[in-house]
Every structure is written in C-alpha cells, then in structure tokens.
Design a protein around this ligand. Structure first.
Ligand SMILES: NC(=O)c1ccc[n+]([C@@H]2O[C@H](COP(=O)([O-])OP(=O)(O)OC[C@H]3O[C@@H](n4cnc5c(N)ncnc54)[C@H](OP(=O)(O)O)[C@@H]3O)[C@@H](O)[C@H]2O)c1
Length: 333
C-alpha cells in the first residue's frame, strides 16, 4: 500500500481525490497538512486519519508518507513539487502542473536527481471512455479523421476563487484549456504543429475568461472554445470521412447523460453507444500512480506528456498576441 499525504484541504481533494484514495486497492491517505492545523484536524477527523500537520513542510519531513498529493493553487505547483521531490516523496500533482513549459524541465531534473516519480493528475487519461475513443480512431472506425471539435465552459465570477486570481495561477486556459488539448493528443497520438487563438481577459480579475483555439495537426484540425463565464457545457467530437465519435461527458465524468461514447456511421443512420456507468477516473488515476511508484506496469501520465501539453498552452497565449507580425497569427507549437 502506498502511503499518501495530502497538502491542503482543497475542494478537489475533498470532493474527488479523498474518495479515490479511500477506494483505491493499492494506496491509502495517511496524513493531512493544512496552513491551519485546525483545518487539517477537522478534515482528518472526518476521514479517520490520525496524522495531521499545521504546515506542508512538516508533512514533507514525515517518515509516515511515501508520496504526496498536491492540489494547491496552480501557481504553487512547481515549488511544492520541487520541495516534495527534494524530501524524497513521490508526487501526484493537480493539473496544470505548471504555467510555462520550461518549468516542467525543472521537475524532470528533480525527479531524476531524487529518484522519485512526479506525475500530473490528468484524470481523463485513465478513463476507459478515452481509451475506447483512441481505439476506435486507430482501428479506422471513422475513417480519416479530419476535424476535432470541443467545448468546455462553466460560470464562476467569485472574486475569491483561485481561477479568478492571477497570482494564484487563475485563468481559463490553465484551468480547463488543458483538457481539449490533452484529450485530443491522447486519443490521436499526434501533436499539434501550430495554433491560432483569441483569448479574452476579464477586465476586473485580469485573468483570461474566454478562449477560442484552432490547432493544426498533420492530418486533422482541432477547434475548441473554453470559458469561465458561460453556461455549463462540455463536448468533444472526432469527425472522419466514415463516421464520427462524440462523448457525453468528456472531462467531468458522470455529469450530463452519464459516460457515453457514441460512434455514428458515415450515413448517420446507425449509432453504436458505449456506456461507462460507475467508472471513477480519479480512483483509476490513484491506482495507476501507486502501481508506477511500485515499479509495476502502469500507464501513468509522464512529465514528458506534461511538457508537450503545456507547450500547446504556451503557444495559444503567444498566438493571441494582437501585436504579432504574422497576419494570420499562426504560432508554432
Ligand atoms: N482534476 C480535476 O478534476 C480538478 C478539479 C478542480 C481543480 N483542480 C485543480 O486543483 C487545484 C486546486 O483547485 P481547488 O478548486 O480544489 O482549489 P481550492 O479549493 O481553492 O483549494 C486550494 C487549497 O490550497 C491551499 N492554499 C495554499 N495557499 C493558498 C492561497 N494563497 N490561497 C488559497 N488557498 C491556498 C488551501 O488549503 P489549506 O488552507 O488547507 O492549506 C486551499 O484549500 C488547482 O490547480 C486546480 O486546477 C483539478
């Protein structure tokens, strides 16, 4: 059993990762740290966890944990991953693990120097629905893929939420822009060559709150929009010359009409539906992480993958620069 410590009492931990640790077959949550000891104690009591700390540093010094889960505000991910690695702890860190691709290289060096695993928590890549999409595309079920379309939107104008605070790493691209890119890269095995984009910022928060993106891959195009100030929606469609694939809940599994992948034929006269009811992608993520730490076969998300995904996000920001000289504003990834 991998013994995991939690750095902070974050919402994502309380809602999704703690249940995942509790149900995982090969990992256990054994310690909780918060900036305030009373918060750590309160959460730990509910979980029947006895070890608590009033600072993240103390948890890193503890021999009771082999690994840490980091769901801190995004701007703190790199620092705490580096500190955890230096303390000899394996790390599962929330997405996005970095705000710039260059920072991920520091993590690669630290992981190798200290002999630890650092993995970004891209839960979608563990969901069997995405493996199904990948297999359907690879087996030619939709013929030649030409167009991928996606959306991911929600409404949140809370000034105290980290997504609306620049110094905490807020912004729609770091928060959810990373999903259409990671999912497309995962499902197709291809990397984008260049991107065009429009990125709008909230005048008060100064964080990006809307983006629309067009990305060119070798054989197909991806276009998607994302927003923190639109009504809830999430879609992903993969369209080829012999059919198309759509997902009902591509990112927040179990939302909307449950987890369904629909394969439509060329004439749109036949649809095959694959259902994934009851899958917990967070539990699968924790188990894959623990297997990788144990040296077992695992398809854990690697830092190389993180680097490639963050390069796309960096290029999207660059492409949106209205002062760019290239009139079409294509930005190489
Ligand atoms: N994979 C997913 O499905 C998913 C979903 C949501 C969020 N996320 C990611 O998870 C991370 C956390 O998101 P969240 O919504 O859970 O955040 P959150 O509820 O605001 O939690 C962040 C935690 O960080 C700690 N913290 C340390 N310094 C802080 C500061 N200066 N301001 C505020 N909090 C501070 C706080 O814990 P203590 O006070 O206890 O120390 C706080 O509870 C983000 O990177 C986000 O992108 C991932």
């Amino acid at each position: 059993m991998l013994s995991i410590g939690l750095l902070s009492t974050a919402t994502i931990a309380r809602e999704h990762l703690i249940p995942a640790f509790q149900s995982a077959s090969n990992a256990n949550l054994t310690a909780v740290a918060s900036r305030e000891l009373s918060k750590a104690k309160k959460l730990a009591r509910q979980l029947d966890v006895s070890t608590t700390f009033g600072s993240y540093e103390e948890l890193l010094e503890s021999d009771e944990v082999d690994a840490v889960y980091i769901p801190l505000p995004t701007s703190q991910h790199i620092d705490w991953c580096l500190k955890a690695a230096a303390a000899g702890k394996h790390v599962l860190c929330e997405k996005p693990i970095a705000l710039k691709a260059g920072e991920i290289k520091k993590l690669q060096r630290a992981a190798s120097k200290h002999g630890v695993l650092i993995s970004e928590a891209f839960m979608v890549t563990y969901h069997p629905q995405w493996r199904k999409v990948r297999d359907l595309i690879a087996s030619g079920k939709i013929g030649n893929l030409r167009q991928v379309q996606g959306s991911f939107t929600y409404f949140n104008k809370d000034p105290d939420n980290m997504r609306n605070i620049p110094k905490l790493g807020g912004g729609v691209l770091p928060d959810i822009g990373v999903y259409p890119t990671v999912a497309t890269r995962f499902a197709t095995g291809q990397e984008p060559l260049r991107v065009q984009s429009r990125v709008d910022f909230d005048p008060k928060f100064k964080t990006d709150c809307y983006a629309s993106v067009r990305a060119e891959f070798k054989d197909f195009e991806l276009s998607f929009y994302i927003s923190t100030q639109m009504s809830n929606r999430q879609t992903m469609v993969f369209h080829g010359d012999k059919g198309f694939i759509e997902l009902s809940a591509p990112f927040n599994s179990n939302l909307y009409e449950g987890d369904e992948v629909k394969l439509h034929n060329a004439g749109h006269s036949e649809t095959r539906t694959y259902r994934f009811t009851g899958v917990n992608q967070y539990r699968l993520q924790v188990e894959a992480f623990a297997n990788a730490v144990a040296g077992k076969k695992s398809d854990v998300f690697t830092l190389e993958d993180s680097l490639l995904n963050q390069k796309v996000i960096d290029a999207i920001y660059k492409a949106s620069n209205p002062k760019a000289t290239n009139s079409a504003r294509w930005q190489k990834v």
